[in-house]
Design a protein around this ligand. Sequence first.
Ligand code: MN
Length: 702
Amino acid sequence: MKGIDLHVWMWSGLEDKRPRTKSRNHTGLMKRLNTFCPTTTHSPLDSVSPPGGRSPPLSPPQSLPPPATALRLSLLLHHRLFAPLEPGPERFSPGSSASFPAVMRRRQKRLLQLSALALCALLFLPNVGLWALYRDRVFDTGSTENTAALDRLEALNVAAVREAPPRIDWHDYDAIKWDAARSGNGEQGKAFPLSDADRVDQAYRENGFNIYVSDRISLNRSLPDIRHHNCGQKLYWEKLPNSSVIIPFHNEGWSSLLRTVHSVLNRSPPQLIHEVILVDDFSDKEHLKGALEEYMQRFPKVRILRTKKREGLIRTRLLGAAAASGQVITFLDSHCEANVNWLPPLLDRIATNRKTIVCPMIDVIDHDHFGYETQAGDAMRGAFDWEMYYKRIPIPPELQHDDPSEPFESPVMAGGLFAVDRSWFWELGGYDTGLEIWGGEQYEISFKVWMCGGRMEDVPCSRVGHIYRKYVPYKVPGGVSLARNLKRVAEVWMDEYAEYIYQRRPEYRHLSAGDMTGQKELRAKLNCKNFRWFMKEVAWDLPKHYPPVEPPAAAWGEIRNVASGLCLETKHLVSGSPIRLDTCVRGRAETGWGHGQVFTFGWREDIRAGDPLHTKKVCFDAVSHNSPVTLYDCHGMKGNQLWRYRKDLSLFHPVSSSCIDSSPTERRVFMNTCDPQSQSQHWVFERTNATVLDHFNRDDPH
Ligand SMILES: [Mn+2]
């Protein structure tokens, strides 16, 4: 397997007729070598071009390469060193017009290239055995030229080894000092003190967040440095790739858009910002036209592009990416604030492995008062359930680093905030242009990068705040586009796992998702792994939280009180609805499951509205030993939504150590001290599964 890789890869190294184009076609190996050997000036590495999707998995250079990698790298270098000295038929074919002096010049050029490569080789490879092997081969040729070259090499190596490691502290301490000294509305990421007048609907109508508050906070406002304390000490490559920052927007508020741009320019090393590209998706707000252009004239790096019709987020991002010329493209949303030193940690991971897509931690800017804080749970892995809703799951212990500020693998990204090597993005085909408007594209790019030879990481030392809107303030054209997009992603990438989605979303099964041949060809061309591999190697912890096949429920159907003969009922299947007693529907001879008296005590040991195949995402929830029982959004984390259905017919709430009680006269349902004798606390589920119930109750004596 590795041998085959190596072969293909060396063969491409021999290929000399490869068009030598601009530096942006450099491959990961080259970038890595360039990074490690900053003294290499001219492009001797231009022709080192492993075929797409077969880049060697080099280990991060701060550590020694593992033996297998070291061997592969050394063999590669070894072979390349000798390629020009062992003329192959493609170089000296009878039809070749290369004259003898030309060949000599090429050899001299080759020797220069050898020097640079060997210098890198020595830096990487303390493996004396291989090095000795290489040396033997050089002397075998018996050329004085080669001996001299080798001497030069050794001299260079000695010098290079003495040089300090090329990692630096990228913090801008002046900027940090200025930020720390700022005070006023919203400064240091504090909540803006809201008056009732500030909360009027009008403030939210146009943007989905409070634009009045945004307008009263400085465009250069300071943010709290809430990174893990280890982040302050981290060093990153001195030579990082630069980035184009792409910010698509549609009718964005003036201050929220400008604060995004200001934060990027204020908190990024200028040399790493190649450009900022604002891409207007056909906004009609006046302030986004001439005024925006005039304002941005003071920032020479900022460009504004505009679509000619409403294209939707996906194609708008692609338009920006197509116009970008930085080595990396970083996508942001149009209502973000970049936090301290956010960019170098992202670029560093791409410099280490160009096939890594990196995401910053996304912090929460409150849509009411603009306070800045971390998301609940802070660092978590991106995941999805089998209706394709985005989910966050805890980092399993196996993937936790000793240093929690180190980047960690994430199966899928949240959405629009990530950085990617520009050429790798296009090798991956960018986004599928058959995806419409919005939605599903984060899965597409995530599955693709993992399955087609790359990887994805979240970087805790890079933080960007995002305003999560209260609601989407504009009509999203084409209502079925999200369903179509999700089906498209499922069909192209998820193989037999798509079936799990159709089981939950039968309406997707016969939906037309358009022509997918291009996408399937891309997947074949990139020689991508299958979705089973993705589930086994990347998202292996996902089924623990979101099993493709729901384990059987313990009890379901109506829940009838023994004392009163009344049933638990909810009038509305929404968060916050109370659970009450009412006449049992079955007793009223009505049929079907579509009423508010069907509940499922399922595998998560919570009680959800709906029958086992169609549970709603609202759960029985109690907060204390005497609180009412209400429906609340299921959090799936047990805690105050964990229940026990015991043999004495009580519904026990372990967190409060109390039981569900009821008052038939008031039709009230509430928590109370458990009383095994009280029939008002005894409940009968319409159906039960004894095996599952016994398993749930295995530690319970009742
Ligand atoms: Mn957003």
